[in-house]
Structure formats: C-alpha cells, structure tokens
Design a protein around this ligand. Structure first.
Ligand SMILES: NC(=O)c1ccc[n+]([C@@H]2O[C@H](COP(=O)([O-])OP(=O)(O)OC[C@H]3O[C@@H](n4cnc5c(N)ncnc54)[C@H](O)[C@@H]3O)[C@@H](O)[C@H]2O)c1
Length: 253
C-alpha cells in the first residue's frame, strides 16, 4: 500500500476528481478527511469508502475562509490523529469575459481558487510542522493557468497564481521536509462546478482523444503523495492527455 496509515485531507472531495482521489487514497491505506462545503455530498463519499472497508470521515468547511481552514486542520488531527497529506482540490470558475465579470465574481473566484490553497496549505503545514514528520501538499492547477482564454478571466488568472504559489510553497516549506507539487488536469470528467459528464465535450489530445476521467488524476495524485515521488518538489505534473505539448492550432494526422 502506497499510503499506509497516512492521514490525508482532500478538499472538494464530494465529487469528480476529489472523490476518486479520496477513494484511491483509502484503498492505498490512508485515513481520509473528506472535505466539502456540500454536507450531503461529502458524507455520501465518506460513508461509501467506509462501506468498502476504508477509513474516512466527512468534514464540512468553506476552505476560502481562513478560520475554517485552521479549525479544519485541527479537527482532522484530533479525529484522525495527524495530518500527512493535503490535496488542495477545491476551485470554482467564472466563465466570464473581462467586460462582463463583476468585481464581486472576480473576488469570489480568487478566494476559492487561489487564496484557498494558500490558507489551507498553511493550516495543514502548521500541523505537519508541529508533528516534525514532514508531509506533502498537492495543489490542483489547470492547463487554463498556463494560457489565456476567451472566457474564464478570473479562473485562468487564479490558476496561473496557483502554479507559482506551489513553487514558493515548495521552497519555503522545504526546511520542514514538506513537499509541494502542482497536478495539472485538462478536461477531466465533468467540467469544474458541474455534475454532468458531457460525452460530446471535445477532447483533442494525444491519447486517442479519449476523455480524461477522474481516475486518471487520482492515480497521479496518489503517486505524488507517496514516497515513490520523494524527489519531486515544486514541479508541475501535467495530466492532460498531452494537449499542452501540441502547438496551438496544430492538428493530429
Ligand atoms: N474537471 C476538469 O475538467 C478540470 C480541468 C482542469 C482543472 N481542474 C481542477 O481540478 C480540481 C477539481 O475539479 P472538479 O471538476 O473535480 O471540481 P468539481 O466542481 O466537480 O468539485 C468541486 C467540489 O468542491 C466543493 N467546493 C466548492 N467550493 C468549496 C469551498 N469553498 N469549500 C469547500 N468545498 C467547496 C464542491 O461542493 C464540489 O463538491 C479543481 O481545482 C479544478 O480547477 C478540473
């Protein structure tokens, strides 16, 4: 088992990428804190992991609020014994253009998508530092953080920030033996903020054009959280079917 007896916090674990990551972590021996703003969603995932023989507890928190992040990290340590791994998976998107987005919408996306990995990362690091046992923080980026887009002004900006945040976190937390890595998806399962998987969503990638599924992310995040990845720090790991390797406008075949 890759994560035997590790305690892992996964934010936004109520569905899609976070859910599959939580399920795989539990199979690999981790005790998993399922964090979601949506109580019913988080509790359903935790109950289903327990029914499969895993260890999981649901926690409700808004991880864009600093006090809730601090309370959450303490509550997980109290309930599950410690904190070894944090997956900062929560994000929301705006799908807006510069002339349409309100400042309020911009600020909300920044709080949930960019500020949350900072304040939740710091809260978890505080526990890891107290334990003197190191740890791993995995931030979810997006290919949208590496390009401009015709929409999603705030999301693309926030995800660009998360990429550099991860590098600075890796440097500043390295004295405590805490690794920080960016996992970068492109078109995985349902779009951010949505429940429904759309099989007609275009997936022009180098992997047979098959759509990415949450399990593709879960397997990589699990590897990055494990000791097998102990020499990977501060890097961005792209799980995008190769789309970012292709020259914009180029076509396969
Ligand atoms: N799905 C994709 O195609 C895709 C592509 C690129 C990047 N990503 C990134 O991967 C990550 C996961 O994406 P997803 O599509 O699985 O997300 P999702 O929208 O399906 O699920 C996110 C979960 O987070 C919860 N949540 C939202 N705001 C919260 C808050 N403030 N506090 C606590 N919980 C909150 C929601 O209730 C939801 O259950 C995100 O960081 C996203 O940007 C996803």
């Amino acid at each position: 088992m890759k994560l035997k007896d590790k305690v892992a916090i996964i934010t936004g674990a109520g569905r899609n990428i976070g859910e599959d990551t939580a399920r795989l972590f539990a199979k690999e021996g981790a005790k998993v804190a399922i964090v979601d703003l949506d109580k019913a969603r988080g509790e359903a995932v935790a109950a289903s992991i327990r029914a499969d023989g895993g260890v999981a507890e649901a926690f409700v928190a808004d991880v864009s609020i600093e006090a809730q992040c601090e309370t959450l990290a303490e509550a997980v340590a109290a309930k599950l014994g410690r904190v070894d791994v944090l997956v900062n998976n929560v994000a929301i998107s705006d799908n807006k253009k510069i002339m349409d987005i309100t400042l309020e919408e911009w600020n909300r996306v920044m709080a949930v998508t960019l500020t949350s990995p900072f304040i939740m990362g710091r809260a978890a690091a505080r526990q890891m530092i107290k334990q003197k046992s190191g740890g791993v923080i995995i931030n979810l980026g997006s290919t949208s953080g590496f390009y401009g887009r015709t929409t999603a002004l705030a999301y693309t900006t926030a995800k660009g920030g998360v990429a550099n945040l991860t590098k600075s976190m890796a440097i500043q937390l390295s004295p405590y033996n805490i690794r920080c890595v960016l996992a970068v998806p492109n078109k995985i399962g349902s779009p951010v903020g949505k429940d429904e998987f759309d099989p007609s969503r275009p997936t022009p990638n180098l992997c047979g054009n098959r759509p990415g599924v949450p399990a593709d992310m879960a397997k990589v995040i699990c590897f990055l959280a494990s000791d097998d990845a102990s020499f990977i720090n501060g890097s961005a790991v792209f799980v995008d079917g190769g789309v970012t390797s292709m020259m914009p406008g180029d076509r396969i075949g």
